[in-house]
Design a protein around this ligand. Structure first.
Ligand SMILES: [Zn+2]
Length: 443
């Protein structure tokens, strides 16, 4: 008889996480970096060992994606996509207590770049697949697993390309899970588990002012620098109104209830106060109760005695689901004469149903492993590869479960991703593998 401990869904997760971290898949952006190939080949070997047929795809040499379809018991059911990226952001080794690409296991943690973003998830998925293979288990429905390249830049070699050129790989997928959700977050006594059900959209805009060039000693009324600065001053002074979307409203109401805070969400002017009163739990909602437009770049002129003919600025705009038209018309109302805007990046917000069988199955899987779990939907302030997959009509959720210490002095999850001394607690990783096993088999 098989040894139940050796075939448990979390049996190999620590070893797999450590080994995946040891592949330096640093993404330097703009196509630079080591590429994901070595890690992808390791994943492909694992998939094949589990009886699956890996598909390895590269848009450019070494920028490797690997996918497989796990056949379900009932192949007529809609499929579920599980996506995780193999690349990581750079790490400066001299800042770290441990070598960032060694995959060291010590003091109850797996250490290294990617430990929470997101080789942990890659390892959990692979550990679950090994467990299924060793026990002869199959999921209820087809599951497509996608280990992708280039999420940490712009997904040009990864999710965006797969969706554009190999959409057939995702045929039949109705829902997806990916990073940023399902982990413990909150305060002692209130273990919140936020599941991503929405993501703000990303619009990077360039504003360009065109004016009349001339000698700096002879001011004119069509100075491009002045028009641009006036525009930016109006944008910076604007207080974006509170816009409570369903995910954020549900998060605030649920977190307030769990923490015993009164919450009146019918009064927009009270929302910022509630977010503040929620303390650490409020941090997760603070960036998503309104849209944001942030000037981040400025370029004009070069010589002090020359009025340039043009000036330009960059805006990082983040839009809540359903509000991109409102945001753009507001920005347009601030443009001075001679200033025009264009998109550098335009990715719409993502939004999946809160009250869905998928969400309820994720919540049930978390509660089965942690009966005290308070499972809530939330909206990500930034973005993930969910934006690419949502374009295929897939309902995308942020669900990469981990159990984490609630005391930020012990472990500060939000400082881990992209931070120094990134690490993941071993017991939290094992918890995540068990939750994923339950969710993926029963969803
Ligand atoms: Zn990530």
């Amino acid at each position: 008889m098989a040894d139940p401990a050796a075939t448990a869904p979390d049996a190999w997760v620590v070893e797999l996480c450590s080994r995946l971290i040891a592949f330096d898949t640093t993404n330097l952006g703009g196509g630079d970096g080591n590429g994901e190939r070595d890690a992808a080949e390791f994943v492909a070997t694992e998939l094949a060992w589990n009886g699956l047929t890996p598909i390895v795809l590269e848009r450019a040499p070494r920028r490797t994606n690997v996918l497989a379809r796990v056949p379900g018991e009932d192949r007529s059911l809609p499929a579920l996509l599980v996506h995780a990226h193999l690349d990581v952001v750079p790490a400066v080794a001299t800042d770290w207590k441990v070598p960032p690409f060694a995959g060291e296991v010590r003091d109850g943690y797996v250490w290294g770049r990617g430990a929470v973003d997101m080789k942990d998830m890659c390892a959990m998925v692979l550990s679950v697949l090994r467990s299924w293979s060793s026990r002869g288990l199959r999921p209820r429905r087809d599951i497509v697993v996608a280990f992708v390249a280039d999420e940490e830049d712009d997904s040009w070699y990864g999710a965006d390309w797969l969706v554009a050129e190999h959409a057939e790989l995702f045929d039949g997928c109705a829902a997806a899970i990916g990073e940023s959700g399902g982990y413990t977050f909150g305060v002692p006594g209130a273990p919140l588990y936020p599941i991503g059900t929405a993501e703000r959209g990303t619009m990077h805009l360039r504003l360009t002012a065109n004016g009349r060039a001339g000698h700096g000693s002879r001011p004119n009324s069509e100075n491009a620098v002045v028009a641009l600065v006036e525009t930016l001053a109006r944008i910076a002074a604007h207080r974006w109104p509170v816009r409570l979307t369903p995910a954020v409203a549900a998060y605030l109401a649920g977190a307030a209830h769990a923490l015993g805070e009164p919450a009146d969400l019918s009064d927009p002017s009270a929302v910022d106060g509630l977010v503040a009163r929620l303390g650490r739990a409020g941090v997760l909602a603070a960036g998503t109760v309104r849209n944001s437009v942030t000037p981040t770049g400025l370029s004009a002129g070069g010589k002090v005695n020359v009025i340039p003919s043009s000036a330009s600025a960059l805006l990082d705009v983040r839009t809540l689901p359903g509000s991109s038209a409102e945001v753009l018309s507001t920005v347009d109302s601030f443009l001075a004469p001679g200033v025009r805007r264009e998109f550098v990046v335009h990715r719409e917000a993502v939004s999946a149903p809160l009250d869905s069988p998928w969400f309820h199955a994720m919540a049930a899987a978390l509660r089965a492993e942690d009966p005290s779990a308070v499972v809530l939907p939330y909206c990500l302030g930034g973005g993930t590869d969910a934006k690419a997959f949502a374009a295929l009509g897939i309902d995308c959720y942020g669900f990469a479960p981990l159990r984490l210490p609630l005391d930020p002095d012990e472990y500060d999850y939000r400082a881990m991703a992209h931070g120094v001394d990134e690490r993941v607690p071993i017991d939290g990783l094992c918890f995540g593998a068990r939750v994923l096993d339950r969710f993926l088999r029963t969803a």
